[in-house]
Design a protein around this ligand. Structure first.
Ligand code: ADP
Ligand code: MG
Length: 239
């Protein structure tokens, strides 16, 4: 809990600066994108220029993605709590991604469970957790993507395991994947897992990852209600 408080404080210190920076850069990126799109139409026939132009557009788009992640990382988690079915949230996150990755052979396989998925959470932020985890599973796996969702519950918490069929984690990945900006991907941001951790911990839950020969398993545990001990923690309020 102390470690969490220290991390929250450190985040609060950088939060405002990051939010301002993200805001300012977003405008500049928008201008680069808009101008290069107009240019692209002007130089259709000159294939050299077209290549350079699309490099500029890709760079702008990567930068926009990075900034959006940094913004999400520093953004406040007010935990605007709503009572919802957790399964509904991960299905919404999955539907969202499925249309984006429609070319891929990807399936979400839900293990039969009879447990009650109802939790009190910030729906938007929790959806972001599943989107980040599913995205990592999709990016880790060549060919057919199979993600198994397995859930168990008691009256105090809901425990969800998300298991992919990728290569699993190296020791280095397992040790560093929750560190901000740690990434093994050419255009990764390294903020997906830290954002997940921040959101889950703001709900008083836990998240961890394990590696198997058959893939990576991420386990998250979400209390059904914000616990009394958590109420005592300073609310992380940034940006
Ligand atoms: P990013 O996806 O931008 O690289 P993340 O914080 O989401 O950043 O993940 C950090 C790193 O952890 C990834 O670059 C990858 O090396 C590793 N990782 C995360 N999830 C998985 C997974 N499901 N399978 C394999 N490696 C993973
Ligand atoms: Mg990621």
């Amino acid at each position: 809990a102390t470690q969490r408080a220290v991390r929250a404080e450190r985040l609060a210190a950088i939060g405002e600066t990051v939010a301002a920076l993200a805001h300012e850069s977003r405008n500049a990126i928008q201008r680069i994108k808009a101008a290069s799109e107009v240019l692209a139409m002007d130089i259709r026939n000159d294939s050299d220029s077209e290549e350079e132009l699309s490099a500029i557009q890709r760079a702008a788009s990567d930068l926009a993605t990075l900034l959006e992640s940094v913004r999400a990382f520093a953004a406040p988690i007010h935990t605007k709590l709503e009572r919802v079915d957790l399964e509904y949230i991960w299905q919404r996150a999955w539907n969202d991604l499925e249309s984006k990755w429609r070319l891929r052979d990807a399936k979400l396989i839900e293990m039969a469970s009879t447990c009650e998925h109802e939790v009190e959470v910030d729906v938007c932020r929790m959806e972001q957790v599943f989107r980040n985890l599913f995205t990592n599973a999709l990016e880790a796996t060549d060919g057919s993507v199979r993600i198994e969702m397995d859930c168990s519950c008691d009256e105090r918490q809901v425990h969800v395991r998300i298991k992919d069929n990728g290569p699993g984690l190296t020791e280095e990945q397992a040790n560093h994947m929750f560190e901000p900006f740690y990434t093994t991907k050419p255009t990764g941001t390294g903020l997906g897992m830290p954002i997940c951790q921040r959101i889950i911990e703001a709900h008083g839950g836990t998240i961890m990852a394990e590696s198997f020969e058959t893939g990576t398993k991420v386990s998250i545990c979400v209390p059904r209600e914000k616990t009394a001990s958590l109420m005592g923690l300073p609310e992380v309020s940034l940006a």
